[in-house]
Design a protein around this ligand. Sequence first.
Ligand code: GRF
Length: 199
Amino acid sequence: GRLVVLVSGGGSNLAALLAAHEGPAYPGRVVGVVADRASAGGLDLARAAGIPTAVVAPGDFDDRAAWDRALAESIAVFRPDLVVSAGFMRILGAAVLDRFPGRVVNTHPALLPSFPGAHAVRDALAFGAKVTGCTLHVVDAGVDTGPVIAQVAVPVEPGDDEATLHERIKVAERRLLVDWVGRIVAGGLTVEGRSVTVG
Ligand code: GRF
């Protein structure tokens, strides 16, 4: 299945998908990487792997709706079967979600509905959570509110800071993402209300 990956940062989740996509048995193929900023390290990973990239930066557009439309267009160029938001730090608007209905997933470094938003790891630590984790979910119009596909629990260790905890989460997150994205492109994703069926 054709995967388009959306990134904003270093792209370690993208790196995991690229490693999997090298394998003959993996049903997913990364066909395009789109970032909201030219500085996203994930773009370098894509280029090194010979995968086409696009940058659609909000600052280049008059308003969010125009950016959202441009983002939808740039993703559509790659004809994705599945759009994977992996460390993409923008809210995906109607133009994207309506263009790829039920085919946009996001990975979040907390056990939703706990700790939605851009500071999930910091918030879990500040709250004093003993267990946190990561969530793969279908993207809906809200912020990290879409139906849950899969989750993995990750312990918070004494002495953790945001970096050590996020790194431990990412180890689990990369595995969750590669595993479930593979299952989705191999068997399909059906969403009925809050319930999700894969395969
Ligand atoms: C991931 O933990 C993702 O869930 C969160 O930001 C991190 C991005 O990491 N939104 P990377 O860019 O994939 O390394």
